[in-house]
Design a protein around this ligand. Structure first.
Ligand SMILES: C[S@@+](CC[C@H](N)C(=O)[O-])C[C@H]1O[C@@H](n2cnc3c(N)ncnc32)[C@H](O)[C@@H]1O
Length: 236
């Protein structure tokens, strides 16, 4: 790892801090519209398939879930902030049920069965494929970049365990000068994506765009590049 990245390596944001961000409405990461990169590359993710099971790690209340559910796909997300999950259903005019998850102490799952959307309210790392199954697609935006840098290997192992053989994993990462902002979101360079996933997945970079907005300049960074990857499992 380069010296520059070492500035973020030890940074830890705990789950309480994330919940506090939601309580204080400090959710600048939330986009009111469907993510442009997802929309532009959706055909590559679907690859002609219908009724795909999508996984949203660290889902927040992203409207991308509703967009895909409206297209007939099913959605499973996980999010530590209960407030985000409730807001997702309310803001999208969806009714929901709420029940405990026996396999995960303290966890709840919020569901809208009509649209097939299930959002788990728990720590991402407590999910396993025996609880949620495997997925035909994963949309990872604000997720790998949001977890604590020291947990990346654990994160990659979990994501790989949730990929079905035909899974298409769309990943968005960010690049900026980590000396200027401590994160989250954290910088994830291309070499690291390859190091984390390259042994088990084919990794294709689809896009690299300068997406700097005023809210990023307010962090102190001078540029912010978003990179998009499509990964598929190497079948042995
Ligand atoms: C940067 S936000 C991105 C949300 C969403 N993907 C989006 O694009 O709008 C990260 C979200 O992950 C949640 N989160 C962070 N760590 C988590 C964990 N270990 N387990 C579950 N949720 C977590 C936070 O509460 C926050 O809503």
């Amino acid at each position: 790892m380069s010296d520059m990245l070492k500035t973020q390596e030890g940074r830890v944001v705990d789950l309480k801090e994330w919940e506090q961000r939601w309580d204080e409405n400090k959710i600048g990461f939330h986009k009111p519209q469907v993510h442009e990169m997802l929309e532009s590359k959706i055909d590559k993710v679907l690859a002609g398939r219908t009724g795909v099971r999508f996984f949203f790690p660290l889902c927040g209340k992203t409207v991308d879930m509703k967009w895909l559910a409206d297209m007939g796909h099913s959605v499973v997300g996980v999010e530590i902030a209960e407030k985000a999950i409730r807001q997702f259903f309310v803001e999208n005019n969806l009714t929901y049920s709420e029940e405990p998850v026996p396999a995960i102490p303290g966890a709840k799952v919020f569901r809208n069965s009509e649209k097939s959307i299930s959002l788990y309210n728990c720590d991402l790392y407590s999910l396993t494929s025996s609880v949620v199954g495997q997925f035909g697609a994963i949309w990872d935006r604000g997720s790998l970049v949001a977890i604590n840098p020291r947990d990346r290997q654990k994160y990659a192992s979990l994501i790989i365990s949730l990929m079905a053989n035909d899974c298409r994993y769309l990943l968005s990462t960010l690049m900026y000068n980590p000396e200027l902002y401590q994160g989250p979101p954290f910088v994830v360079p291309s070499e690291q994506v390859h190091r984390l996933f390259g042994e088990r997945c084919n990794v294709e970079q689809l896009l690299s765009e300068n997406v700097t907005e005023d809210r990023h300049r307010a962090w102190g960074v001078d540029y912010l590049i978003e990179q998009l990857y499509l990964m598929t499992p190497k079948i042995s």
